[in-house]
Design a binder for this molecule. Structure first.
Ligand code: PLP
Length: 453
């Protein structure tokens, strides 16, 4: 199995190479050259545990890693989840099920991918005998999930930049209170985009990249998308048989990574009904699925900050299929978008519906779901609870624990949502490494920390 770039100007990579590289050198994203057919395997997968299912699935994508090893990797990756089901499917009514994706260490769905990615990094370090410096910028959830995937791993140091004062206090604590000696939470003046710019400049210096063996952690790694396919299959297998063929997965969406994973599983032969893209007021994807027009606007901060995105980085992977796998056309469309041109794309197939929700409606919806089902949702998950299909079962993907967003949730339900993991953080000392928002001091810092061990 090889991985190709959506833009067609990078040589085929193995799974491990694609995971290590993250982004293809032509600026495109990696995808399997051919999707395997899983339809015939589903019945045999029904009785597996979550970790066993993930191991079976990944063997199809990286047969060069032995089956035994995949089982050990997935077992370890999902051992830190606080539910025996890892991704429990809860029934709110005959029509509505919720797939809770927040039982991992940082209480958001990104743990599914980043717990595994941390172990894949560790495996590379062992194989190559070379230490790794992992660098990324975050507006909240990705950084904490990445830190929890890498902390305490031999041979890895992780450096996460974030805009000072602009991430939620609990998210900062999740990054800066680990006590792990290989974790560096680095607040910088400015915005997320400024921090992201500093990361890019570091990667633009090949001598530095090779000196410290720098690797990027971001939302576009192919291993992340594949890890997310697994819970769609898991949920589908847990549904009553008569609901499966028409079920609609409803996915709170920002970078289009989560919902893309479900759609890919469908392309591999998971016989489900379809998907709904649920956005907040940053509705570029809603507008695209309504009209075919993909046009970036300004980001407007919302109650669902992990979806405050106007350039959905994983969208390019869907575009590749939408444009009939014509990589040259993908490359040109992406270039035109980058120049701010208005691009009209072929009307997407009917597998997708889309909805959007503003902040006032998010607050109302949290209250409404609480009244109707005695169930508390976080502001991201709330975005899914509009336009629910009446004629078939919906599976709502719940992407974060309500306890991560106590103010909005308390306001809407009258009760403060608490979680022991977050309570424990409140007493711990914050350890941060503030730096200027420019590349040279950061490079010096990374060199010093990497060589000091
Ligand atoms: C990252 C995130 C999302 C958006 O996921 P994408 O893959 O970017 O679409 C939604 N909810 C929460 C809580 C998140 O952390």
């Amino acid at each position: 199995m090889f991985y190709i770039s959506t833009r067609g100007q990078t040589r085929p990579h193995t799974f491990s190479e694609a995971v290590e590289a993250g982004l293809a050198t032509d600026g495109g994203l990696f995808l399997p050259e051919k999707l395997p057919d899983i339809a015939g395997k589903l019945a045999g997968w029904a009785s597996l545990s979550y970790a066993e299912l993930a191991a079976e699935f990944f063997q199809l994508f990286a047969p060069e890693i032995p089956a035994e090893e995949w089982r050990a990797l997935t077992q370890e990756a999902y051992s830190k989840f606080d539910s025996p089901d890892v991704a429990p499917l809860k029934k709110l009514s005959d029509q509505i099920h919720v797939l809770e994706l927040w039982h991992g260490p940082t209480l958001a769905f990104k743990d599914f991918a980043l717990q595994l990615l941390g172990l894949l990094y560790k495996r590379q370090v062992k194989l190559k005998g070379k230490k790794l410096a992992v660098l990324g910028a975050t507006s909240g959830d990705t950084g904490s999930a990445a830190i929890h995937g890498c902390m305490g791993q031999d041979g890895i140091d992780i450096f996460i930049l974030y805009p000072n004062g602009r991430v939620a206090p609990l998210q900062e604590r999740q990054m800066a209170c680990t006590g792990a000696s290989n974790v560096y939470a680095i607040p910088m003046p400015g915005t997320f985009d400024d921090a992201q710019g500093v990361v890019k400049e570091c990667f633009g210096d090949p001598a530095f990249v090779s000196a410290v063996n720098l690797s990027a952690v971001n939302s576009i790694n192919i291993a992340r998308v594949l890890a997310q396919c697994v819970y769609y299959i898991w949920a589908w297998l847990k549904l009553p048989a008569e609901a499966r063929a028409t079920v609609e997965f409803v996915v709170p969406t920002g970078n289009f990574g989560n919902v893309l994973a479900g759609w890919l599983a469908q392309q591999m032969g998971l016989p489900c009904g379809g998907f709904r893209v649920a956005t907040n007021q940053n509705d570029i994807l809603y507008r695209f699925f309504e009209s075919g027009e993909y046009k970036q606007g300004e980001v407007r901060p919302s109650y669902a900050p992990s979806m405050d995105i106007q350039a959905a980085s994983n969208f390019e992977r869907y575009l590749y299929f939408l444009l009939g796998k014509d990589q040259e056309q993908v490359r040109q469309v992406m270039l035109r978008m980058k120049q701010g041109e208005r691009v009209t794309l072929p009307k997407p197939k009917s597998s997708f519906r889309a909805t959007r929700m503003d902040d006032a409606m998010i607050a109302d919806t949290i209250a409404q779901v609480w009244r109707d089902y005695s169930y508390v949702v976080d502001p991201h998950t709330a975005c899914a609870f509009t336009g629910l299909a009446e004629d078939r079962v919906s599976v709502v993907l719940s992407t974060a624990s309500p306890a991560k967003f106590p103010e909005v949730v308390q306001e809407a339900t009258g009760t403060e949502p608490l979680h022991p993991t977050l309570e424990a953080l409140k007493d711990k000392a914050l350890q941060t490494y503030p730096l200027e928002s420019s590349p040279e001091p950061l490079k010096a810092f990374i060199r010093e920390k990497v060589s000091g061990k």
